[in-house]
Design a protein around this ligand. Structure first.
Ligand code: ADP
Ligand code: ZN
Length: 661
C-alpha cells in the first residue's frame, strides 16, 4: 500500500494520510481525489507522497481519483499553502475557497450554453502613442513583475489592458488571463465592452453567478478551454494551468479585502503572490493607487506606467469646494445654493447630473422629540436606519439585517407623532431634489435599488438613453461606469468618510471622491464637480480641488511613516467575540497577561470593538503593530498557543486589517 497526504476542505490545518493501490490508476501530487472523511466522504487534493505519520491501522484508503481533470500545478499548491501560512487560516479553509461547486465532479457533460471560444482579435481602436507604449511595455514582461497602470478615469487604462490581453493571446495562443474587478464593477457595461472588443464573452466568476455556470467555468479553466476569466476576489483561486497574466482593475478598492468568514485575505495582495508563484506579470490598474502599491513603486519594487491625459479632448472636470461653514444650509436641507444653481443650469441644458451621498436609506437615525428615545438594534450596537416605503417607514440594521416597521407611538414615552429623522440618506435627499426640480427624472444607484447585475444593466441603459436627469447614488456609483452625458457631480457630504478611527480614512475618502468626481465630463463636454464639506482646508479636499494626487500621497505617506503604520509597519487585529460578556472579558484578560515580550512589537487592547455588540455577540479587539522587517505571524502563533481558545470564544485573526469595526 502506498500513502499520500490529502488536504480536504474542512477547517483543519493539516494534511491527512490515505492509502491507495494501483487499481485506481496513477495518483500524483495535484490530483483531485475522493476520500472517506469523518462519517462521510470529501473531495480533496493530493499534496504530497510521504510515508504515513500514523499507525497504519488508522489510515483509510482513497475511494476514487478524478482523472478527467488535469492535476493542479505545484505553483498552485504553493500558492494556497502560502495563503494559509500568511493569513493564519487553516489550509483546509483555503481549500474550501478554492474548490468548485460540489457537483463538478459528478457532471461530465459540458452544456452548449457554456462553450468558451477563443477571442477573435479585433483591432478597431487606434491606441494613442502613450497607450501603445504602455501595452508594449506590458507585453515585454515575461516573468514576474508588478506593473501599476496609472491614469485618471477615462485615460484609457481598460483599452491598454485589452490590448495587452490581445497581444498575449496572439503570442501564446492557448494562454489564460485573469482579470480581477471589484464585484460591483462586474457590470454588464464592462462585459459588453469586452464582447465588442473580442467578439466573445469571457468566463465570469463572482458570488452572483449560478452554480451551473460556475461548474462549467471551473471545468473550462482547469481544462484550458477558456482564455480570459473576469471575476471578483474568489476567482483568484481558480485552477488555471496556463496562467500568463493577472490584471487587477481598481486595485485600490477596499472591497478586495475579504473581511468575513473563515478566510480573511486581500485579493490584490494575494494576486501578487499568485503572479509570483506562476512567475508571470501582474497589472494593477487605478486612477488612485493605494498607498501600499504607490510605496512599492517609490521603493523600486513595482514599475509604474503612466497615462497622463484623458483620451480625446475630454478634460478633467473643474472641482469647486463648497465650504459649508460659510455657505449655511437651511434646516432640513442638504443642497447648497451654488450646487442648486448648477443643477438647475445642467437640467436646462439637457445634461445629466449625479448626486453622491454615501448613506443608504432615508435617515441614519430616528429619535423621539419628546423623550429623546433613539431606535437601536436589539442585537448590535448600532442605530436603526430608516428606509422609506410607499407610505410607511421601516427601520433596519445594516449590520445584522434586523427589520421592523416604525411604530405609531414612541416605545418609551408613548407619545404619538413625535419622531424626528436625523440627517439625510439618499431617499431623503431625493425628496429635496424632487421638491426643487419636480420634473427631473431620478435614477437610484444604491444597493437597495440595485440588487443584481440585471438591475444595474437596466439602470445603465436608461441613463445611456437619457431617460434619467439626476442619478442619486452611494459608493456604488464610484465604480468604473462611463456615462457620456454626465457633466455635473455634486458630493453632498464629503466629510462622512473622514469620521471614525480608521487610519486609512483620508485615503479612502480621497479615492472614493476622486472616482466620483471622475464620472463627470468624460467626453467632449467638460464637467463640473461640487464638493460640500465642513473641512474645506482638509488635505483631501485640497488634493481633489487641485487634482494633485501625488501631493496627497506624499502627505499621507509621511503620516504613515511617522506612525509606523502600514505600509511602513505591520498590523494585525485579533477580534474576540462571545455571547457571554463576562466570560469574554475574563478570556481577554488572560490573553492580555499572556502577551509574549518581543522587542519592537506593540499590543494594544483589549478594547471594546466599535461594534461592541454584533448579532448578539459581544466583541473585543486587540491590535498588534510592529516594524515592517518583522512578520507578526510567529508572534501571534506563539501568543495564542500559550492559552489556546475555548470553544465559547470566537477568535478572528485579521492580518493587514482594512476594517476596524
Ligand atoms: P479608464 O479605464 O482609464 O477609465 P477607458 O479605457 O474606459 O479608461 O477609456 C475611456 C473612454 O475612452 C472609453 O469610452 C474608451 O473606449 C475610450 N478610448 C480610450 N482609448 C481610446 C482610443 N485610443 N481611441 C478611441 N477611444 C478610446
Ligand atoms: Zn443589528
Amino acid at each position: 500500500m502506498k500513502c499520500v497526504q490529502v488536504v480536504v476542505p474542512r477547517p483543519f490545518d493539516k494534511f491527512f494520510d490515505y492509502f491507495y493501490d494501483d487499481s485506481l490508476g496513477s495518483i500524483e501530487i495535484g490530483h483531485f481525489v475522493r476520500v472517506p472523511f469523518g462519517s462521510g466522504s470529501a473531495i480533496g487534493i493530493v499534496v504530497s507522497k510521504n510515508e504515513p505519520s500514523l499507525d497504519a491501522s488508522k489510515i483509510k484508503s482513497i475511494e476514487s481519483v478524478f482523472h478527467d481533470f488535469p492535476k493542479l500545478k505545484n505553483s498552485y499548491l504553493n500558492f494556497i499553502k502560502w495563503i494559509s501560512s500568511y493569513t493564519m487560516a487553516p489550509i483546509g479553509e483555503v481549500v474550501r475557497a478554492a474548490l468548485p461547486p460540489k457537483d463538478v465532479f459528478l457532471n461530465k457533460k459540458t452544456r452548449k450554453k457554456f462553450v468558451f471560444e477563443t477571442p477573435l482579435l479585433h483591432d478597431e481602436l487606434k491606441l494613442s502613442d502613450q497607450q501603445k507604449a504602455s501595452s508594449q511595455a506590458l507585453s515585454q514582461e515575461k516573468n514576474f513583475s508588478v506593473n501599476i497602470l496609472d491614469g485618471v478615469t477615462g485615460s484609457g487604462k481598460t483599452e491598454v489592458y485589452f490590448d495587452f490581453i490581445d497581444q498575449l493571446i496572439k503570442r501564446e495562443k492557448a494562454c489564460q488571463i485573469l482579470v480581477l474587478l471589484p464585484e460591483i464593477a462586474l457590470s454588464s457595461q464592462w462585459l459588453e465592452r469586452f464582447k465588442n472588443r473580442f467578439g466573445v464573452a469571457p468566463g465570469v466568476w463572482h458570488s452572483h453567478v449560478g452554480a451551473a455556470e460556475k461548474r462549467e467555468t471551473w471545468k473550462a479553466v482547469i481544462q484550458g478551454n477558456v482564455n480570459v476569466v473576469v471575476g471578483a476576489r474568489s476567482s483568484l483561486f481558480l485552477p488555471f494551468n496556463n496562467l500568463k497574466a493577472i490584471i487587477v482593475d481598481e486595485e485600490h478598492e477596499h472591497s478586495f479585502k475579504q473581511e468575513d468568514g473563515g478566510l480573511l485575505y486581500h485579493a490584490r495582495d494575494m494576486a501578487v503572490v499568485r503572479a509570483r508563484e506562476e512567475n508571470i506579470p501582474i497589472v494593477l490598474a487605478s486612477a488612485t493607487p493605494s498607498v501600499e502599491s504607490y510605496t512599492n513603486y517609490k521603493e523600486g519594487k513595482y514599475t509604474l506606467l503612466h497615462l497622463p491625459s484623458r483620451h480625446k479632448e475630454a478634460q478633467l472636470p473643474d472641482v469647486k469646494i463648497i465650504n459649508l461653514e460659510e455657505e449655511k444650509l437651511a434646516s432640513q436641507t442638504w443642497i447648497s445654493t451654488p450646487l442648486k444653481a448648477a443643477l438647475k443650469l445642467n437640467i436646462e441644458a439637457g445634461d445629466q447630473s449625479l448626486l453622491f451621498l454615501n448613506r443608504r436609506g432615508y435617515a441614519p437615525l430616528i429619535l423621539c422629540r419628546t423623550c429623546g428615545y433613539r431606535f437601536e438594534c436589539p442585537s448590535c450596537s448600532a442605530w436603526l436606519v430608516a428606509h422609506s416605503h410607499k407610505n410607511k417607514m421601516s427601520l433596519q440594521c445594516h449590520h445584522c439585517g434586523h427589520k421592523g416597521w416604525l411604530p405609531e407611538a414612541c416605545p418609551s414615552c408613548e407619545e404619538e407623532d413625535s419622531f424626528a429623522a436625523c440627517g439625510p440618506g439618499v431617499e431623503r435627499l431625493a425628496e429635496e431634489v424632487s421638491s426643487l426640480f419636480p420634473d427631473a427624472r431620478l435614477g437610484f444607484m444604491t444597493s437597495d435599488h440595485i440588487k443584481t447585475t440585471d438591475d444595474l444593466g437596466v439602470l445603465i441603459e436608461k441613463i445611456e438613453a437619457r431617460e434619467i436627469d439626476i442619478i442619486i447614488g452611494t459608493q456604488m456609483v464610484a465604480k468604473g461606469h462611463h456615462f457620456p452625458h454626465l457633466t455635473l457631480v455634486g458630493v453632498v457630504d464629503a466629510d462622512l468618510g473622514l469620521m471614525g478611527g480608521d487610519f486609512r480614512a483620508g485615503e479612502k475618502t480621497y479615492q472614493m471622491l476622486h472616482q466620483v468626481a471622475g464620472r463627470a465630463g468624460r467626453e467632449e463636454k467638460s464637467g463640473e464637480v461640487y464638493i460640500q464639506t465642513h473641512q474645506a482646508n482638509h488635505p483631501v479636499m485640497q488634493a481633489l480641488k487641485n487634482w494633485d494626487r501625488d501631493a496627497f500621497m506624499e502627505s499621507e505617506r509621511d503620516i504613515r511613516r511617522q506612525g509606523l503604520l502600514p505600509p511602513f509597519g505591520r498590523m494585525a487585529a485579533l477580534i474576540l467575540s462571545s455571547t457571554n460578556e463576562g466570560f469574554l472579558d475574563q478570556y481577554c484578560h488572560a490573553l492580555s497577561r499572556a502577551v509574549p515580550r518581543e522587542d519592537g512589537l506593540k499590543v494594544l487592547g483589549p478594547a471594546p470593538a466599535p461594534m461592541r455588540l454584533l448579532r448578539q455577540h459581544h466583541r473585543r479587539r486587540f491590535l498588534v503593530m510592529g516594524p515592517r522587517e518583522k512578520l507578526l505571524q510567529p508572534f501571534l502563533r506563539n501568543w495564542i498557543a500559550k492559552i489556546g481558545c475555548p470553544s465559547r470564544i470566537k477568535m478572528k485573526i485579521d492580518i493587514d486589517p482594512y476594517g476596524f469595526m
